[in-house]
Design a protein around this ligand. Structure first.
Ligand SMILES: NC(=O)c1ccc[n+]([C@@H]2O[C@H](COP(=O)([O-])OP(=O)(O)OC[C@H]3O[C@@H](n4cnc5c(N)ncnc54)[C@H](O)[C@@H]3O)[C@@H](O)[C@H]2O)c1
Length: 349
């Protein structure tokens, strides 16, 4: 097998029913792998999001479950670890659940995979937000070697960093072929508002800013701009993300970190304008104060290393990506509505 393709490979995708995971599985299938095994406990996803194909197998369960770990094939070629406790706000409300699904998942998976001698690479979904400098001044591109603070605003952020540290440990001590892909803000099709179980906060429904704004704009509601929409993020389209993860698996060097980013800084106010235009939303945005837990301010990722070492660059700009997302959201309106309404009894807003 050439090292530039997943053809005939056996691949594990933990969290493969989720937003990024399901897009990754679809992209992997284009390369005719022997098998893609999806392990997911549907905590923040839906079974219908797992792509259907003769070479996709879905094991519904937690990767912290010893029986699930024992059932993993011993001849895996690649693994992607995308499971997490979604997201920041829910982790603040439920730190123990975050630990179970965002920290223990990494430790138990890496421990198990360190016994799999055929494994060529395990790619971990690390979070750029856990590393970026907290600033409201002009942001500079966050590099992979940026210093990491010991003070964090959410258990989610801590868990994502601990995952990096456990992986580094298993790489050094046991030779686990561990590569870190540091995500910026991913957006695009297959992120279902309200997917999965209630996780203690309204952010079970209102997941990330992009699908939330898209849904509200399609319903002609005012887009809420916290801190006047001055915060900025680096938005990367999910198909680009899937390609980047695959490059990490094929060309990434164990122990190394690669930012998967667009390298473009977009303010939340700019994002709202793009979404309002794409949806022809006639309602003006509404301004709110900053969230009390969120001190992240402005940020975007450096793309240099991924470009030079992996040959990876994001290709889809925000306007094109949002148009694709709007189209997908309209086509999947009923599914999204059903998932959102499941949590209606718990919602306070
Ligand atoms: N989406 C982003 O912008 C972003 C940014 C930074 C990092 N990340 C990371 O990327 C990964 C994927 O994120 P996403 O946006 O697709 O979220 P997601 O919630 O759609 O996907 C996470 C998946 O993990 C599953 N899961 C949770 N606990 C599990 C367990 N114990 N065992 C097995 N599966 C479990 C969930 O059911 C879900 O399908 C996560 O690790 C996340 O921390 C995402």
């Amino acid at each position: 097998m050439s090292k530039d393709t997943f053809r005939n490979s056996k691949i594990l995708v933990v969290g493969g029913a989720g937003f990024v995971g399901s897009n990754l599985v679809l992209k992997l299938l284009e390369e005719n792998p022997e098998e893609v095994l999806v392990v997911d406990n549907l905590l923040s996803s839906e079974a219908c999001n797992v792509p259907v194909a003769s070479n996709v197998r879905f094991l519904c369960g937690s990767i912290t479950d010893d029986a699930v770990l024992r059932a993993l094939p011993t001849d895996l070629d690649y693994a992607f670890h995308l499971a997490c406790y979604h997201g920041n706000q829910s982790s603040i409300a439920n730190p123990m659940d975050d630990h179970e699904n965002n920290t223990l998942t990494s430790l138990k998976l890496f421990d198990r995979l360190s016994e799999v001698k055929s494994l060529r690479k395990i790619v971990y979904a690390a979070a750029g937000c856990a590393v970026a400098e907290k600033t409201y001044d002009n942001a500079v591109a966050t590099r992979e070697d940026a210093p990491v603070s010991l003070f964090h605003d959410s258990p989610y952020s801590i868990s994502k960093l601990v995952g990096e540290m456990y992986g580094n440990y298993y790489q050094r001590a046991h030779g686990l072929p561990f590569v870190k892909a540091r995500f910026q803000n991913v957006y695009g099709p297959r992120e279902i508002l309200g997917a999965g179980r209630w996780r203690g906060t309204s952010h079970t429904v209102w997941r990330n800013v992009t699908p939330t704004f898209t849904w509200k704009a399609l319903n002609h509601l005012a887009l809420p701009l916290e801190n006047e929409g001055l915060s900025s993020r680096d938005f990367i389209f999910v198909e680009d993300m899937a390609r980047g993860l695959m490059r990490c698996a094929l060309a990434g060097v164990p122990a190394q970190t690669y930012n998967l980013a667009s390298g473009t800084e977009t303010t939340i106010a700019e994002l709202a304008a793009v979404i309002n235009k794409a949806t022809s939303n006639p309602t003006l945005p509404q301004l709110f104060p900053a969230r009390d837990w969120d001190r992240s301010g402005k940020r975007f990722g450096s793309t240099q290393k991924a470009k030079s070492d992996l040959g990876f660059s994001a290709e889809i700009d925000i306007t094109e990506g949002i148009n694709i997302l709007v189209d997908w959201t309209m086509k999947n309106r009923e599914l999204i509505k059903t998932c959102m309404e499941r949590h209606a009894p718990f919602m306070v807003e």
